[in-house]
Design a protein around this ligand. Structure first.
Ligand SMILES: Nc1ncnc2c1ncn2[C@@H]1O[C@H](COP(=O)(O)OP(=O)(O)OP(=O)(O)O)[C@@H](O)[C@H]1O
Length: 335
């Protein structure tokens, strides 16, 4: 039985429809990540599941029960927001206990749950502190802890890490992965802009575009077998290179896509000559932006340490056999 089932869900604001008939089945315990460009409707989809937005049409089922019209507090759902939304005047303990107190739960049970969540999220030393004395990462863990104490059937995350700096993002991401492992029956639905979060956390990624789902699949399946040009360009950072014209016709396609790591670069020989326009050193990786006569925009190529290059150098690129993605003129992949 699906934990969350979306059937032909639409959502309009005023006369403006922003979700156009979403169908999706999410299994119990799955970690689902929603991605897509800004304004594609992923947060709205999450808020509809949470009950913070009313459904315009379609059916939402949570744990086998139709949830349309069920108030948020009765859906068995907990949500973590980007802005931690903690009560500033309450201690960490009270922030985590508050919702349970309001629901009338007995004190010993509240205490058990708060301490268990604090343990899980390594917050035990901070239980008596006020949020202002915590780092951003610790505050977000308190917000997550508060959601954990409610023992939700479905856990929703709306860009929970986007206010954190790079190091804290990594640490908190790993904690969310641990949390997911510690709560195997809890379904998690997570909205993010971050490729790494999507690729590392998801059992399945759902790619949204303009209020529709483009593709649903396991992270590596989407990366290796995107169904269309949109998914091909959206999943992966840096983006897949796409070229049209003769370079594609040779492969009997209207367009071909090739990822930066699948273009071999040589100073002397190769299929496609080009000029190095820019070099980006990221530490572990180096990316070259190479202008080639047949491509509309520079090709992004993963550099090699044994081929030292400078801006303005001529290089030769060769796509790796078997790693070329072929698309028709509508951007649909030949699979
Ligand atoms: N309360 C609202 N009233 C009117 N329009 C809204 C409302 N909330 C969202 N929208 C519109 O719905 C569309 C989808 O917005 P949504 O926030 O779901 O996108 P998103 O994919 O989460 O974007 P982002 O990544 O920028 O957060 C946008 O066009 C947005 O302007």
């Amino acid at each position: 039985m699906a934990s969350v089932s979306l059937s032909k869900i639409t959502k309009s604001f005023g006369g403006h429809e922003v979700l156009h008939g979403i169908d999706l089945e999410i299994g119990m315990g799955e970690f689902i990540v929603f991605v897509g460009p800004s304004g594609c409707g992923k947060s709205t989809m999450l808020r509809v599941i949470a009950g913070l937005e009313e459904i315009t049409s379609g059916t939402l089922t949570i744990d086998g029960e139709v949830a349309n019209g069920v108030p948020p507090g009765e859906r068995g759902i907990a949500m973590v927001f980007q802005s931690y939304a903690l009560y500033p005047h309450m201690t960490v303990y009270d922030n985590m206990a508050f919702g349970l107190k309001v629901s009338g739960m007995a004190k010993p049970e509240i205490d058990r749950r708060v301490r268990k969540a604090a343990e899980m999220l390594e917050l035990t030393p901070y239980l008596d502190r006020l949020p202002r004395s915590l780092s951003g990462g610790q505050r977000q863990r308190v917000a997550i802890g508060r959601a954990v104490t409610r023992d939700p059937k479905v856990f929703l995350f709306d860009e929970p890490l986007s206010n954190l700096d790079a190091a804290l993002r990594v640490a908190t991401r790993l904690e969310i992965a641990d949390l997911n492992a510690a709560m195997p029956d809890t379904t998690m639905i997570y909205v993010t802009h971050d490729q790494v979060e999507a690729m590392t956390l998801a059992d399945r990624i759902v790619v949204f575009n303009e209020g529709r789902i483009e593709q649903v699949g396991r992270p590596l399946d989407l990366y290796e077998r995107p169904r269309n040009l949109f998914v091909a360009r959206f999943i992966g950072s840096p983006k897949m290179n796409v070229v049209k014209g003769e370079a594609a016709t040779v492969y009997q396609a209207a367009m071909i896509g090739i990822r930066p790591e699948h273009l071999a670069v040589s100073a002397h020989e190769g299929l496609w000559p080009g000029k190095v326009k820019a070099i980006e050193h990221l530490g572990s990786d180096t990316f070259l932006h190479v202008e080639a006569a047949f491509a509309d925009e520079p090709l992004i190529v993963r550099g090699r340490s044994d081929v030292p290059l400078r801006q303005g150098d001529t290089v030769h690129l060769t796509p790796e056999v078997g790693k070329i993605h072929r698309f028709n003129e509508d951007g649909v992949a030949f699979i």
